[in-house]
Design a protein around this ligand. Sequence first.
Ligand SMILES: Cc1cc2nc3c(=O)[nH]c(=O)nc-3n(C[C@H](O)[C@H](O)[C@H](O)COP(=O)(O)OP(=O)(O)OC[C@H]3O[C@@H](n4cnc5c(N)ncnc54)[C@H](O)[C@@H]3O)c2cc1C
Length: 618
Amino acid sequence: MTSILAALGYALAVQSAAATSSHHHAVDGATFDYVVVGGGTSGLVVANRLTENRRNTVLVIERGYFDDKPEAIIPWYSNAVDTSVLVSPRSAPNPKLNNSTHSVTVAAVVGGATVVNGMGCDRGSKADYDAWEELGNHGWGWNGMLPYFKKSTNFTPPSPDVVDRWNITWNPSVYGKGPVQLHISNFQYPDIDTIWGGFRQQPGVRFPPGSSSGFGPGAYWSANTIDARDMTRSTARSAYYDPVNKTRSNLRLVIGQTATKLIFDRGKTLRAKGVRIISGLDGKARNVYARREVILAAGAVMTPHLLQVSGIGPASVLKAAGIKVVKDLPSVGANFQDHATVVLWFNLSTPSFPNPDSMSNNAAYNATVWEEYFNNRTGPVAAANSNSIIYYSLSQVLSPSAAVSIASRLLAQDARQYLPAIYSTNSALLRGFKAQRAILAQRFKTNTSSYTAQPLRGNGQSPSPLLKPLSRGSVTLNLTHPESLPVVQYNTFMNPIDEELAVAVVRRSRRYWASPALQKLGPTERQPGAEYQTDSQILDYLKANPFALFASLAHPSGTCAMMPEKLGGCVASDLRVYGVEGLSVVDASVIPLISGTSLQATVYAIAEKAADIIKARG
Ligand SMILES: Cc1cc2nc3c(=O)[nH]c(=O)nc-3n(C[C@H](O)[C@H](O)[C@H](O)COP(=O)(O)OP(=O)(O)OC[C@H]3O[C@@H](n4cnc5c(N)ncnc54)[C@H](O)[C@@H]3O)c2cc1C
């Protein structure tokens, strides 16, 4: 089998190199209407939509290359991250996690994170997006986002017999005829019945149809980014670039090119007029120019870095790094949020066959299912990580009264005590956090949004992301080498309520695994292990074990937040950077308050909406 894959990989890698060479036309000194930095998720959406108008010329600058390896195409590979298309800086030491450092997963490939992600594609709850509107972003609530959730997606259900067999539900009215292909695979492991038996035994759990309707807490059949026509990964590249690449002469993508600095016009007003890029191929620096706008889509780690290295960011940091301040904007790199994730593991003594571990521990089965994929595009290789997920509100993690008490304790905190130092010197950032905190406290008391989730595959792995973090991290340039990768500080557990709730999430996960239905699988807790019982035992274990507590679920966001300037925002609700003309941000950086699920559906919708907003400016 390995040889079939290797052969396929080799053939496709050659094809990729050929594609690469056709993207090296010189762009030195050229002017386009729009220059988009980052040919990832959001960048390719915006580039596609802007070039629907043949009069608009768009240049996309992408530091990575095309990836046509099987890892980028075959759904099964979503079970592990292909690190060959990542740049992975180590994070700064995480003070509350024994100063441990963590790998920061940043995609560097055409299509961005959608080429390497886990392929889960859920939307947060209505209340999650309404929070954005409550923070002053008119038009960005659920009702403002839904048309773009629809516009970006197309859902293909499994076959009718599979739907009947597993009672699979979805809500067709929340999808459109968009380019991102969503699907629930026909292949499900037999123990998924037991997983759902467990879902049904959780008190108060609801079973709304489909995880993309904004309902929030509940047990769902959740779709993956799979193209059901050939059972391959649907990515920003396959959805938004490949279909138009040959027919739109007004769309130009250059690969292996890193944007290193924004170029400004500093007349009466400050205006972004271009980008300096360095080629990964010949090492040369070139300038490109934008008649209308420079659009940043480099992701929530690299966008704030590019802004800072260009002189837009907190003045004190820029000065310390020897960067000339173009615009003092303390919000750049602040408000960093991700979903830290608690991971429990259970040994299962009586799993059914096949199960998610069968491919790795049964060579004959492994060979058969790869053959099956290549012959029929069916079986576990055609399926991604998980389609069964349960979301819990905070009151379902704790109890309604305990959730109310957490909300009041949160509001009673001196916020500055648990935030990075910059919040103490910048009153707008502090006001913005307090506005977020008031919303979170309200959400904690209701069942309108999720505090955690368990996506389950049918083996003993039980991850639970903390979907409403109170701690805030940062992305800052490296003071001694500003042009090198930025310093990411997760600040996991900086707020002690996050710690407390992580312990509660461990207990929530244990209750699920202790439910009668699950006993059919014979679960025994391996991580943390039954001997960890008191709060402090559990917490110490989490802090000391990076495999039990991921500081990140690769959901960086919020580092150039869309919020009013008086609340410490970085872009306005029209996505323009405050104080700079001709400069917009359209990626996960603009998310003001992280939504309660994985991010790709949200980023696709943000970028679709961004394209309409930018088009409307004319
Ligand atoms: C490993 C992993 C697993 C994930 N799993 C899931 C999941 O299962 N479900 C889900 O919904 N979400 C998941 N996510 C998150 C989701 O995919 C991302 O939040 C989303 O795709 C981010 O989109 P973006 O446009 O902000 O950034 P990206 O898609 O990362 O795009 C940024 C692009 O900019 C390019 N770039 C950066 N800097 C420069 C520069 N200076 N010059 C030129 N180009 C540059 C990068 O190479 C990249 O292509 C995962 C992410 C990762 C990394």
